[in-house]
Design a protein. Structure first.
Length: 368
C-alpha cells in the first residue's frame, strides 16, 4: 500500500513526530511519502532514513493559491498513492483537494486540537472537507467531542486514535544530581516542572507562578521549559510576587529529557488543551501530574491515580494540589508509577501506529 502524508511544516511538533512513528512502525510492505510546505530541523533526515520521500512544495498562504495546488497535484500524481492522509488545517486542505483531483481511492484527515475559539466559518470549512474524506481521526476524546459537537461532522465518519508519544531520550551517562546542581537546584528542593510554549492565554504558566507565591515555601522550585511571547511578562510577574529566585526559565530545547528527569511533579494547567504531549512525555519519567480539568488533560490525568486535577485558572486549588504532593513523597511515587504504566499502555508510538495500520487495512477492498 502506498501512503502519502500531507502536513503544513515539517519541524519538531507532535504531528511531525507521529509521521516518524508511522515511518518506523508500519510494515515494510507500506511505501510512504510526505508533502509539506517547508522543513526545518533534523526530522526530514530521520524520515528519509526510514525510506520516506519528503517533498517541499512551498507555502499555501491563501486557499486560493492556484500555483500551490499545481505543485501539490504534480507531486501527488508522481507518487500515485492508495491513501492520502492529511493532518492539521493546511494538510487537511491539501489532502482533500489533491485526493479529489487525483482520484486517490482513500482520503483520511486528522484533527489534533479542540479549539475553543475557531470561528463558525472555519468549522463549516472543516465540515465540508470532512464530507469528502473516508475517515476523520480524532487524537483525543476532547478532539472527538469537538468534531462531533462543534464542527458537526457525522460521528460515523469519526474515529478516535490516541496520540502516540515517544519518550524523550537522556544523554549517555546522564547524572540527574549534577544536572540539578548545574541549574542551582539543591538536593532537598522539590521541583515542579512544566514544558510548553509560553503563550499564557492558553498555557497559564502564570497560574503556577501565583500558586508558588501562595505556598510561601522556599524549598519548592518551578522549572519552566519553553519559549514564547509571554516569557518576559511571566518573569515580571515572578518578580512582582517575589518568587523570581524560585523560578527557573530554561528556554526552548529539542531535548527535554534531562529536565523531566530532575522534576518531582509535572504541571500542565492550560485553559484549553486538545491533548497534552508534554504531559504524556512526563509520565514516561514516572512523574505525578497536576493538571487542569479541561480538554485532553482531564482524560490523560486520572485524578487520584496518576495525578491531581484542578479547576482551570484556580490559583488556590493549584497551590493546594502542589502542597499535597509536596507533603506526601510516598504517594508521589505511587502516582508516578501508575502514570508510567498508563502512558506505556495507551500512548506509545507503537500503539498509535498499530491503530493507524488497522485503519489503512480496513480500506484494502477500496485500494486493491
Amino acid at each position: 500500500m502506498r501512503v502519502l502524508h500531507c502536513i503544513e511544516t515539517l519541524g519538531s511538533g507532535g504531528v511531525e513526530r507521529r509521521r516518524l512513528s508511522l515511518a518506523r512502525y508500519l510494515p515494510e510492505s507500506f511505501t510512504q511519502a510526505l508533502i509539506c510546505s517547508k522543513s526545518f530541523g533534523g526530522l526530514k533526515q530521520h524520515l528519509e532514513s526510514h525510506r520516506v520521500q519528503v517533498t517541499e512544495i512551498g507555502e499555501l498562504g491563501s486557499i486560493f493559491n492556484f500555483f500551490y495546488y499545481v505543485r501539490l497535484v504534480r507531486a501527488v500524481r508522481a507518487f500515485k498513492p492508495d491513501v492520502i492522509h492529511g493532518a492539521v488545517f493546511e494538510g487537511v486542505i491539501s489532502a482533500v483537494i489533491a485526493g479529489i483531483v487525483c482520484r486517490v481511492p482513500v482520503i483520511i484527515i486528522e484533527e489534533t486540537s479542540a479549539p475553543i475559539y475557531r470561528s463558525n466559518r472555519a468549522n463549516k470549512m472543516l465540515r465540508i472537507l470532512a464530507g469528502f474524506a473516508n475517515r476523520v481521526i480524532a487524537t483525543s476524546p476532547a478532539v472527538y467531542k469537538y468534531l462531533v459537537t462543534e464542527a458537526r461532522i457525522d460521528h460515523k465518519k469519526c474515529q478516535m486514535i490516541l496520540n502516540g508519544v515517544e519518550k524523550p531520550l537522556l544523554p549517555e551517562n546522564f547524572d540527574a544530581i549534577k544536572f540539578r546542581l548545574a541549574l542551582g537546584i539543591q538536593p532537598h528542593e522539590l521541583v515542579i516542572g512544566t514544558v510548553g510554549r509560553l503563550h499564557d492565554e492558553t498555557k497559564k504558566v502564570s497560574i503556577l507562578i501565583q500558586a508558588l507565591a501562595e505556598l510561601r515555601s522556599t524549598s519548592i522550585r518551578l522549572l519552566v521549559v519553553g519559549e514564547g511571547k509571554d516569557k518576559e511578562v511571566l518573569k515580571e510577574l515572578a518578580k512582582d510576587l517575589k518568587v523570581i529566585d524560585q523560578v527557573i526559565f530554561v528556554g526552548f530545547t529539542n531535548e527535554p529529557g534531562p529536565y523531566y528527569a530532575i522534576m518531582d511533579v509535572f504541571a500542565l494547567v492550560s485553559s484549553n488543551e486538545g491533548f497534552g504531549i508534554a504531559l504524556v512525555e512526563s509520565m514516561y519519567f514516572s512523574l505525578p501530574a497536576v493538571g487542569s480539568r479541561v480538554g485532553g488533560i482531564q482524560h490523560i490525568v486520572k485524578d487520584g491515580i496518576t495525578g491531581l486535577l484542578v479547576p482551570a485558572s484556580d490559583v488556590m486549588a493549584t497551590a493546594k494540589a502542589i502542597s499535597t504532593l509536596a507533603q506526601k513523597p510516598e504517594w508521589r511515587i505511587i502516582l508516578g508509577r501508575n502514570a508510567f504504566m498508563d502512558a506505556s499502555k495507551h500512548y506509545s508510538p507503537q500503539h498509535y501506529a498499530q491503530q493507524v495500520l488497522e485503519l489503512y487495512q480496513s480500506f484494502n477492498h477500496v485500494t486493491s
